[in-house]
Every structure is written in structure tokens, then in C-alpha cells.
Design a protein around this ligand. Structure first.
Ligand SMILES: [Zn+2]
Length: 260
């Protein structure tokens, strides 16, 4: 029934230093669900990683691109992917989903000349349901991040596969992501930044969230320097032991099968 559906982490880098030095790849996530090919948050290097992936991911066959927010490490390759998805505008196809801010205004990240190429550009708003044919996903409430940001929750045959992307911790996250079967979390920091101004999750936030939501599986990704130094796989093992929930640290190229 699940038809070989999977998620592939093309990159697992978060925060400027890890991205700038490419200590981990900053490519996005490739999602294959219900016959649809989707790229979520195409950061720098996504196009190249798709081509070099084994087997290669054919970006001319994408059905949709989803941007959760405008930050460069999530949106850098969106223009080249729209161009590829639409054959340079010769075959109008594929859908771009993105918050309003990514499409219009001073921080828009999609080049105006490419906007007519896609079959549709759908503006993401908080707590709404969207469809790519028979595949549906919903957005979370608005995240607490520097720019307009929404998480994405896929409905995969009744199971919730959730991407809790960049955000500071706030209690409503629990309600928005409850009943997640697989919960993918962007964990940039080991501990909160001393300035108090960094709007990202740290390991204590992850503990709080997982103990409340209790998904079947949690996957940590989007690592900044403090997380990499602390070895994400060690932290994930410790969390698994402490919480009794399976916690995995993503690595570049890691694939998660979505079968039964
Ligand atoms: Zn961000």
C-alpha cells in the first residue's frame, strides 16, 4: 500500500557556520509519498545533491516544492528547482507552496520571471490543509522564528509525519504536533544561546516536546556547531534511553522508509 514511500535527508546542516563551511550538506529533504516527488526546504546545494544522489533524484520530475520559510538555508535553491521542475518554463507543471513572505514583499525569494512557470503557487497559512492530488498535508500554527515560518504535517495513510522546522520552543508546539507518528525536528543548538535571541530548539526543548508528544519515532536534524561537537548520534541514543522513544540523529543521505 505504501508503494516504497520514503524520506531522504539530502542535507542535515543548520545555522550559518555549519552551512558556510559545509560541515554537513545544506541540501533539503526529498519526500516520496503516494507517487509524488517533493523537495522540502531546498537549501544551498540541493540541486547538486539530487544529481549526485544514488539513485539520482530527477528534479525535472518534481511535483512540488515546499518552503517553510525564507531563510537562505531553506530557500537558496528554490529558483533553480522551479526552473528544472518546469523545463525552463516550457512545460508548466509542479506546485510551489510557500509563506506569503517568500513570494511577495522585500524578502521574496522567488524570482519574478519564474513565477509563471509553475502550475500553481500556493500561499501557506497557519493551520491549513493542502493537497498535491491525493497526498495531503497541513501546516502548523505560526512558529516563533525571525521570519514567517510554518511546520508541515503529512497525512500518510492516517499517520502523521511531521516536520517541526525552525522555531523557538513555545507551548503551542505540543498541540500542533500531537499524534505525530514520525516527528522530524530541527535542532540547531545543544543549549540555549546566552543572548536569548536565537530562535531555535535545543536539546532540553526536544526532551520536553518528546515527553509530551511521544511519537513512534523522532528524527533530529538541521544541526548547528554545538550539536555537531556533541555528536548528534550520542545525544539521540541518550534521549532514546531516557524517554523510551526511538530517537535517531539524521545524517547526510539517510533514508527513512515509510512502509508498515
Ligand atoms: Zn530559519
Amino acid at each position: 500500500m505504501n508503494d516504497g514511500d520514503f524520506i531522504k535527508f539530502l542535507g542535515t546542516a543548520g545555522a550559518r557556520f555549519v552551512v558556510a563551511k559545509q560541515l554537513r550538506s545544506s541540501a533539503g529533504v526529498y519526500i516520496r509519498m503516494k507517487g509524488k516527488n517533493i523537495i522540502l526546504d531546498p537549501g544551498p546545494g540541493t540541486l547538486v545533491r539530487c544529481a549526485k544522489s544514488k539513485p539520482a533524484i530527477d528534479v525535472t520530475k518534481l511535483d512540488a516544492i515546499i518552503l517553510t520559510h525564507a531563510h537562505l538555508d531553506h530557500s537558496n535553491d528554490v529558483n533553480i528547482l522551479i526552473d528544472a521542475m518546469t523545463g525552463g518554463g516550457l512545460k508548466r507543471g509542479g506546485i510551489l507552496f510557500a509563506p506569503e513572505e517568500c513570494i511577495h514583499g522585500d524578502n521574496a525569494v522567488v524570482l519574478p520571471y519564474l513565477r509563471d512557470f509553475a502550475q500553481d503557487i500556493v500561499v501557506l497559512r497557519h493551520n491549513q490543509k493542502y493537497n498535491i492530488d491525493r497526498l495531503s498535508f497541513s501546516t502548523s500554527g505560526k512558529h516563533q522564528h525571525q521570519v514567517e515560518t510554518y511546520g508541515v504535517i503529512f497525512d500518510h495513510y492516517g499517520r502523521r509525519i511531521s516536520f517541526m522546522v525552525d522555531t523557538k520552543y513555545f507551548p503551542d508546539l505540543i498541540k500542533d504536533y500531537e499524534d505525530s507518528d514520525i516527528l522530524i525536528m530541527n535542532v540547531v543548538r545543544l543549549t540555549p544561546h546566552e543572548s536569548g535571541k536565537v530562535m531555535h530548539l535545543c536539546i532540553d526543548d526536544v526532551k520536553e516536546i518528546l515527553s509530551r508528544i511521544n511519537p513512534r519515532k523522532a528524527i533530529l536534524t538541521h544541526f548547528g556547531m554545538t550539536m555537531l561537537k556533541a555528536k548528534p548520534w550520542v545525544l539521540a541514543n541518550e534521549l532514546s534511553d531516557e524517554l523510551g522513544t526511538e530517537v535517531i540523529a539524521a545524517s547526510d543521505g539517510m533514508t527513512i522508509e515509510l512502509g508498515d
